[in-house]
Design a binder for this molecule. Structure first.
Ligand code: CUA
Length: 337
């Protein structure tokens, strides 16, 4: 009788394990893996998933069997019979989960340190986060870029800074996630393995524009990266811009400075609603007003908006040519003079 019960529980448990294992394995839960680090993080994910499936199968086997065999009759109003603890069982169900949790912690710790290990001469990208835009600075490249441009198979040390509040850097396909915290420097590592375009996402609630605080991570082949670096560093067009040579491109500045993260502007295709709609507030505006609105945003606050939301340091962050180009672009695209 007892043997039969155990076999029945095992059958239920195995069925539950097959169903949940199938759900874990066949449903594509994870985004594409596009970095060396992603493989290591996914190993941890699968280790934890397997442990969870086994525990679930065990619990489901016992629980479903108990529900099936020990169901009370409809007219049974008795309390259950009193039971006393089982010391042996308690030792096991404390020891096994403890061992599993320790194993997960050790496995995670080892893989995280492997993921963060970088050669000492790794390329460094300085990342600055602020409400609500990312900017990226490369060694030997003069201008900041609004996109994270990486070379395939080249390890990069990501150094994070925050200008205002805590943000968090994440590219799902690269897996690595790290906070950007005002006043300190945090780092993470990425070795991209697939050429392509991915989203840089802020994953720390940082204010009104948090959900639109995104940028592109662009992974280029070695030849394309060299070409991009040359273009960006040669004092030419805006990094990742349209490559118009020596002339700054206002639309590219709009994109790279993160303006579209907060403002609607039909000429730039942006639809964000954190700050005033530029199509409306700049319609018919003159050049001094547009310039002042960029470099001293608190000077005049549009009705219904708060001061101190827009960063006030664009005069330092943009070169004179970029600022001029941005002002001109805004005047042109809102039909002002
Ligand atoms: Cu920055 Cu959320």
């Amino acid at each position: 009788m007892r043997r039969r019960a155990i076999i029945q529980m095992i059958v239920i448990g195995v069925l539950a394990g097959i169903v949940t294992g199938g759900v874990a394995y066949f449903v594509p839960w994870l985004p594409d893996a596009a970095s060396v680090q992603a493989g290591l993080i996914d190993e941890v994910y699968w280790f934890v998933a397997i442990v969870c499936v086994v525990i679930f199968a065990l619990v489901a086997g016992v629980a479903l069997y108990a529900g099936w065999k020990f169901r009370v009759a409809d007219d049974d109003m008795d309390d259950g019979s009193p039971i006393h603890g089982h010391t042996g069982l308690e030792i096991w169900w404390t020891a096994i989960p403890t061992a599993l949790v320790v194993a997960m912690a050790v496995f995670s710790g080892i893989n995280l340190s492997r993921a963060e290990a970088l050669p000492s001469d790794a390329r460094v990208v300085e990342v600055t986060a602020q409400q609500f835009a990312w900017s990226f600075q490369y060694p030997g490249v003069e201008k900041t870029s609004g996109d994270l441009v990486l070379e395939v198979d080249v390890p990069v040390k990501i150094v994070l800074h925050a200008n205002d509040v805590i943000h968090s850097f994440w590219v799902p396909e690269f897996r690595m996630k790290q906070d950007a915290v005002p006043g300190i420097e945090t780092t993470t590592a990425i070795t991209p393995t697939k050429v392509g375009e991915y989203d840089v996402i802020c994953t720390e609630l940082c204010g009104l524009g948090h959900s639109v605080m995104r940028a592109k991570a662009i992974v280029l082949s070695s030849e394309d990266y060299a070409a991009w670096e040359k273009e960006a560093g040669g004092g030419g067009g805006q990094a990742g811009g349209t490559g118009t040579g020596g002339e700054a491109d206002g639309k590219a500045v709009f994109d790279s400075a993160g303006c579209g993260g907060c403002h609607t502007l039909s000429a730039a295709g942006s639809t964000a609603e954190v700050g005033p709609d530029l199509d409306t507030v700049l319609a018919g505006a003159d050049e001094p007003f547009v310039r002042e609105s960029i470099i001293d945003p608190n000077a005049e606050i549009a009705e219904g908006y708060q001061p101190n939301v827009m960063p006030g340091d664009y005069e330092e962050r943009l070169t004179d040519e970029d600022l001029d180009a941005l002002v001109q672009f805004l005047l042109d695209s809102t039909g002002s003079s």
